[in-house]
Design a protein around this ligand. Structure first.
Ligand code: AMP
Length: 612
């Protein structure tokens, strides 16, 4: 790890939070946490350049929680996030960290969720609000959200908010927050507009950037699997099963709890596996390492700290089950394989949201990490069959088969079947709970990630399961953004709507897609053609939109302007007002789409209106 801070206790956090961190299995602070927490606790404004996977949520959440007066049931911290998914995840993280703070309340508010529920929750009171800009703006305007007691404001993934067209909304909110509060801005990149916002609204901010020191890695085969369509544990066992030259593995996870859980699950699946974490005393730790050396154990599941310095030549594989916080940790982890002149293999699991971290690691280590295709069911079956054959051959070469040959002959004779059939029955019996043919479906392969693309983390947000949101889309089965096919015409009936924002308002297609996706919970791939006009726009949405989603959209604002969504009567802008020629551009840039508005299939032609 790249920081000299070994313990959360060195950062100035309260006993209560330290106790919580121990309970949830956090061993050491990640580099961004080690640097941000003391600065935020001192009350400074902060610019943190960090991406998902670095532990940035705890970096701002823990100090923020130290400032909350639980007795005061008023919003004291506001966290803005670009998407509802992130709002839910951040809220959930805070709720986890608050397990020893009775009465602490965090509320996620985002577009698409019923206003009635939100108003009820807001009136009940919350200490921390985590929300998407559009909905927060809305509540501020309606005066259903009051920020008079605000102590901390966090802009999370500021560059994503910019990319999704929310930056004006963010500024609108910043303008309306009381002057005396601490502000922390987190962003993976620092485009000019974000810098400008930081300069305008942050006071003498400290800037913290996790440097990705370049490092050379030994000749180790490095591959990654983009987590999608299958549980990580199933993927892990499939991969381990077919990996060539597998001898022993160290699997890295983030928390002590996860080491134990994964060790238990792998043991249940027949692997000789054990956990290695900071809770083990030196003697126990040495015992585990000895067992790995001797072959009594094949898999050790470890945290970074616990695996430090392990030198076991038979470790043929390192699996980064949870992505490391930074490149230094990555280099350290994979250095546990390929020792004593042997070949090493490093496998990295990357959730869609963590693709940026993958690219950072590649850049810093100056070595490309190749995508790994998950072994198919057929691959696993073939491997099991070939291992089985190998075992049979070994037994065939052994002495003393006569007794058993006799039994086979007897069964064949008594049952009037061939010796082959008896052998088949025996082979079936020999599977011993591990069938040669594995059941289940093969997941769809994840498409190559787009740089700068975003998706959801593999964490399953608890709030989502409460069912208090419109089921316009089946969110449970929702594919990750990266899984989605390139934009094509959505299947099913579409209805065309008109909205009161257009190019004259500075609106772009991506703003419309971003707002609709967030406010109505409609995946962007289900949003049809968008026609961008001067003063208004049209957008096609799936027929049968539930009332809640359509109400949410009626109240939605884009760039501060109420969009007033309504079915389009087919009267194009300008019609009836003297007509005239208007240019419109309907190209959908968001998400790689390339759609033209109806009637403009030939490209950016002039369209004559008013002649219906
Ligand atoms: P984030 O980058 O904030 O999205 O965090 C990524 C993941 O790392 C989350 O699952 C956190 O629970 C986990 N995490 C954050 N900090 C730590 C830590 N110090 N020790 C172990 N896990 C952590």
């Amino acid at each position: 790890m790249s920081t000299s801070v070994e313990s959360f206790a060195d950062l100035g956090l309260s006993e209560t939070l330290l106790q919580t961190l121990t309970q949830i299995g956090y061993e050491t602070p990640s580099p961004i946490q080690a640097q941000c927490i003391p600065v935020l606790l001192e009350g400074h404004d902060l610019i943190g350049m960090a991406q998902t996977g670095t532990g940035k949520t705890a970096a701002f959440a823990l100090p923020l929680m130290e400032q909350i007066d639980v007795k005061l049931m008023k919003p004291q911290a506001l966290i803005l996030t670009p998407t509802r998914e992130l709002a839910i995840q951040v809220a959930e993280a805070l709720q986890t960290y608050a397990k020893n703070l009775p009465g602490f309340h965090v509320l996620p508010i985002y577009g698409g969720q019923s206003y009635t529920i939100q108003l009820k929750q807001l009136s009940r009171g919350a200490h921390v609000i985590v929300g998407t800009p559009g909905r927060v703006m809305d509540h501020l305007e309606r005066k259903t959200l009051n920020l008079d007691n605000l102590k901390t404001m966090v802009l999370d993934e500021a560059d994503e908010m910019l990319r999704m067209g929310f930056i004006d909304d963010v500024e609108w909110i910043l303008e309306r927050t009381p002057p005396k509060h601490q502000t922390a801005l987190f962003s993976a990149t620092m485009p000019e507009q974000i810098r400008r916002v930081a300069q305008k609204y942050l006071v003498e901010p400290r800037e913290i950037k996790i440097k990705s020191a370049t490092a050379t890695v030994a000749a180790i085969r490095q591959v990654y699997w983009q987590v999608s369509g299958m549980h990580k544990l199933d993927a892990l066992t499939r991969i381990l099963e077919v990996e060539e030259d597998f001898d022993a593995a160290i699997i890295f996870v983030r928390t002590k709890t996860a080491t134990v859980e994964l060790a238990d699950k792998l043991s249940a699946r027949g692997y000789a596996a054990a956990a290695l974490n900071g809770d083990l005393n030196q003697q126990m730790r040495e015992r585990v390492i000895e067992q790995l050396k001797s072959g009594a154990l094949d898999i050790v599941i470890a945290t970074d700290v616990a695996a430090r310095g392990i030198d076991v030549p038979r470790v043929s594989h390192v699996v980064n089950y949870d992505i490391p916080y930074d490149t230094e940790a990555y280099v350290h982890r994979i250095g546990r394989t390929g020792r004593a002149g042997r070949t090493g293999n490093a496998i990295l699991f990357v959730a869609p949201r963590e693709i940026r971290m993958l690219r950072t690691i590649e850049r810093a280590t100056r070595s490309p990490i190749a995508p790994l295709t998950l072994p198919s069911r057929a691959d696993v079956t073939n491997k099991r069959v070939s291992d089985f054959k190998q075992k049979v051959v070994e037994v065939l070469n052994a002495e003393g088969l006569d007794f058993f040959s006799n039994i086979v002959s007897q069964i064949a004779e008594e049952q009037n079947v061939s010796a082959e059939e008896v052998a088949a029955a025996l082979a079936m019996m020999a599977q011993e709970g591990k069938p040669l043919q594995i059941a289940g479906e093969d997941p769809r392969p994840a498409p190559a990630p787009r740089p700068g693309s975003f998706g959801e983390s593999d964490r399953k947000p608890r709030f989502e399961e409460r069912g208090d949101r419109p089921r316009f889309e089946d969110r449970g089965e929702r594919p990750r953004r990266e899984d989605r096919p390139a934009r094509s015409a959505p299947a099913g009936d579409m209805v065309r709507y008109r909205i009161d924002v257009g190019r004259d308002h500075g609106v772009e297609v991506r703003d419309i897609v971003g707002a609709i996706a967030n406010e109505a919970g409609i995946e962007s791939r289900f949003i049809g053609r968008i026609g961008l006009y001067d003063e208004s726009s049209t957008v096609e949405l799936p027929a049968g939109m539930p009332g809640e989603a359509s109400n949410a959209l009626k109240r939605t604002r884009i760039r501060g302007v109420p969009i007033n969504l309504r079915p389009d009567e087919g009267r194009p802008e300008g019609a009836g007002f003297g007509g005239g020629e208007r240019k419109f551009s309907g190209e959908r840039k968001f998400g790689g789409g390339d759609r033209k508005p109806e009637g403009d299939r030939g490209g950016f032609k002039k369209k004559k209106f008013g002649d219906r």
